[in-house]
Write a new protein. Structure first.
Length: 446
């Protein structure tokens, strides 16, 4: 079986992490196709190399000297190389890069994080390095040309038997470098798995799989052992950052499962993500909880709105005019809300409200800002009545005011809007009452 193994920034942050990666790769001969991100944070408060390279771009844009910043980046690579006793001539290669840095494109500069990390890891693992610019092909609109990419990947695999590919970037046919969105090393791994028809796409990170809540909010959350692609997408879209939200598409379409594993604890079970999760007799109602802060809801009310054809469409066209994407549209009989990312409308909200007034002649419009959205996700919720009522009950008891509610069409998630200031507490309350308590009672029964 072919396994594609992607190691995230935290797994390649320093020499000691490289050693863990090597022992994982060498433990299984099926692990012949490796993807790496740029070295990430070594400790909390440290910098990811990708962020430092973005900062290099900003320096160049504002004509500020970035020599010491480049030295800091170079030193991270030198330290890894020296501690592992590798030969790669970092100083020479880095000088070639930094001496012309101001003439390079932002994409090229940022991609060097994965490029140099990949060079070091390829030498350390003793496998060939393949430049993502030579295999991952982008269309000019930023989407991936899967056919061309598959041809390049298969050629390289046939030629080399196995290789290391830096994540996060590729290039158009004319050689212009392009980046995926942040966290896009996960997408590279998924594309590689698809092109090789892998049996599994392993995603190695610094937590033991997908956790039922963000570990920065809930202490020691339970790990989810099985999750569906739909559930995973809902959670990662709403901030469970362990897997980039777009990363499921390339593998899902061809039925390749994703396995999330912990580089720091390889024997931990981790999470398997598939189209469907095996049904067990006693399964948890809620799979996981995730959320994000700083949304804004614009509530429009007009009597007999439900009889007026095209009303919501006209409202949406206002947002389209301002280039603002709409996250949710909770609706009532004579009212609806439009929920958007606060940052997307920070300079235009007054003009948008004005345009909505002119376009819709509503009875009232009010704007709620500092809204946090929490997505409570569970494939089993659709089969059990009264879940939302119970969630509202526990939040009510904790004195948390729910400002908005909406449900996904497949009924696998309930999205709640609360004040930013109640965000962390609401997640903890839902976690304690629905996840932790269920685990405890299921453990007792088993
Ligand atoms: N529900 C969740 N489950 C697991 N991790 C989560 C969750 N929500 C947020 N995270 C965060 O995601 C981090 C892993 O993602 P990321 O930093 O992109 O890792 P990597 O560097 O391996 O790519 C974890 O360290 C954790 O802090
Ligand atoms: N290095 C890129 C791509 C990536 O996937 O990184 P990570 O595996 O550290 O999330 C980023 O920081 O966005």
């Amino acid at each position: 079986m072919i396994k594609v193994s992607k190691f995230g920034g935290s797994s390649v942050a320093e020499a000691s992490q490289f050693k863990k990666v090597k022992s994982i790769v060498k433990a299984d001969p099926d692990r012949r196709f490796i993807v790496v991100s740029a070295a990430g944070k070594r400790f909390s408060g440290d910098n990811k190399l990708t962020d430092l390279l973005l900062l290099v771009n900003a320096h160049i844009e504002y004509h500020v000297d970035c020599t010491s910043l480049l030295k800091t980046i170079e030193q991270r690579f030198v330290d890894i190389r020296d501690e592992l006793g590798l030969k790669y001539p970092i100083e020479e290669k880095f000088e070639e890069f930094s001496s012309v840095v101001s003439s390079l494109s932002p994409e090229y500069i940022v991609s060097r994080g994965e490029w140099f990390t990949g060079q070091l890891m390829a030498e350390y693992l003793g496998i060939p390095f393949v430049d993502a610019a030579d295999v991952i092909v982008f269309h000019h609109d930023g989407t991936v040309d899967m056919e061309r990419t598959a041809t390049h990947v298969k050629d390289a695999a046939a030629r080399l038997g196995g290789f290391l590919l830096p994540g996060f970037y590729g290039s158009t046919v004319d050689g212009t470098l392009k980046l995926f969105q942040r966290g896009g090393g996960d997408i590279t791994g998924a594309i590689l798995a698809r092109c090789l028809d892998a049996g599994v796409y392993e995603n190695w990170t610094d937590v033991s799989g997908f956790l039922a809540a963000d570990p920065r909010i809930v202490d020691n959350p339970r790990s989810i052992h099985r999750i569906t692609f739909d559930e995973m997408r809902e959670l990662s879209y709403m901030g469970a950052s362990v897997l980039q939200e777009e990363a499921i598409f390339p593998v899902r379409e061809v039925g390749i499962p994703i396995q999330i594993k912990n580089t720091n604890d390889p024997s931990a079970q981790g999470t398997v993500i598939r189209e469907t999760a095996t049904e067990h007799e006693r399964e948890h109602l809620i799979t996981g909880i995730a959320g994000k802060k700083d949304f804004m809801a614009i509530h429009v009310q007009k009597a007999h709105m439900s009889n007026s054809v095209g009303f919501v469409r006209r409202a949406l066209s206002v947002f389209e005019r301002y280039g603002v994407s709409v996250e949710h549209i909770p609706t009532g009989v004579d009212s609806f809300g439009i929920v958007v990312n606060g940052a997307d409308v920070k300079d235009t909200i007054y003009s948008i409200v004005n345009d909505l007034r002119q376009e819709l002649k509503p009875d009232s419009i009010n704007v709620i800002d500092s809204l946090a959205l929490i997505s409570v996700v569970g494939r089993n919720m659709s089969r059990r009545a009264g879940t939302s009522g119970r969630i509202f009950g526990v939040l009510g008891e904790a004195g948390i005011n729910i400002r908005m509610i909406t449900q996904s069409s497949q009924e696998i998630s309930i999205i709640l809007g609360v004040n930013n200031s109640d965000f962390a507490r609401a997640i903890k309350v839902i976690y304690d009452n629905f996840v932790e308590s269920e685990y405890v009672s299921l453990d007792e029964k088993n």
